[in-house]
Design a protein around this ligand. Structure first.
Ligand code: GUN
Length: 279
């Protein structure tokens, strides 16, 4: 029997807990989101983050720049936010416009306010086996979702498709920390299906429909991180759900799986940074 990994109801439970946790403080955390350009998906994500934050008692400010903003202007703003006592969390929405050096922008965020866990200090701590201030939101959400359903990780072969800094790379380390055996596949991987068929847990974070049942081991766990609109405007993930689901033991849907978990973990990270640094 296949169980659906329900990210929406777990998100709601987590948000309720966070709301209660914040009620005992006189002050509120402040999450500042920097958005540069007019990527339509980013706009939706950012507005969603703000709406969710305000529902649970987090101040949220979106700073919107035109696509032709200069690197200097962004760096000056980050510097100002780093020095502003009232700002407890900073997020720079990715992707940034092409002419901006993404790493230079991320590197400028104070690690104690880096709510994505993307700065070199936080990333380096994760890869060096130390605690970062916070863990990146999407990988953290994936692991939280697997834990909720008591899916064992230790000794399991986790195959990640996608090697991004946002998902694939940090997730690999977090799964290693939990004693999984981890393989990362990507666009240059040969014989992808031969590898995915050995996965006890398959996590796909690519953004294109690539995973069907012919690539899966029977009774495996499938986590779908991909999200895009197909030619009919329908929201889809990397996995052909109807084809793959009957073969799996657990599978996350799109929408309603990893997406809501990412938001929940962003809120959780915001609260944690506030508790650690913002009092
Ligand atoms: N763009 C897509 N996912 C993310 C994320 O988790 N954080 C940021 N900052 N940008 C993103």
């Amino acid at each position: 029997m296949t169980v659906i990994l329900d990210g929406k109801s777990l998100r709601d439970k987590i948000l309720n807990e966070l709301k209660t946790r914040l009620e005992k403080f006189d002050k509120k955390p402040t999450l500042v989101v920097i958005l540069a350009g007019d990527n339509p998906a980013s706009k939706i994500y950012v507005n969603n983050k703000k709406k969710t934050a305000e529902k649970i008692g987090i101040n949220s400010i979106i700073i919107n720049y035109p696509a032709n903003v200069s690197e200097k202007e962004l760096l000056e703003k980050i510097n100002e936010l780093n020095n502003d006592k009232n700002v407890t969390a900073i997020l720079v929405q990715l992707p940034l416009p092409e002419h901006i050096n993404k790493n230079r922008i991320i590197d400028a965020i104070l690690p104690e306010k880096d709510v994505d866990g993307f700065t070199p200090q936080n990333f380096g701590r994760l890869f060096g086996g130390e605690e970062p201030y916070v863990y990146p939101c999407t990988p953290r959400g994936i692991i939280r979702l697997l834990d909720e359903y008591k899916i064992p990780l230790e000794g399991q072969h986790a195959v990640i498709v996608g090697r991004s800094n946002i998902v694939g790379k940090p997730l690999s380390q977090m799964l290693l920390n939990r004693n999984a055996t981890v393989t990362i596949c990507h666009s240059h991987t040969k014989n992808l299906a031969d590898i995915t068929k050995t996965a006890d847990i398959l996590i796909s974070a690519v953004g294109g429909k690539i995973i069907g049942k012919n690539m899966l081991k029977p009774n495996c766990v499938v986590v779908d991180v991909g999200i895009f609109k197909d030619e009919n405007g329908k929201t889809r993930g990397d996995v052909d759900f109807a084809d793959a689901a009957p073969l799996t033991s657990y599978i996350s849907p799109v929408p309603g799986g990893v997406g809501p978990m990412t938001i929940a973990m962003l809120m959780s990270n915001t609260v944690e940074l506030f508790e650690k640094n913002g009092l």
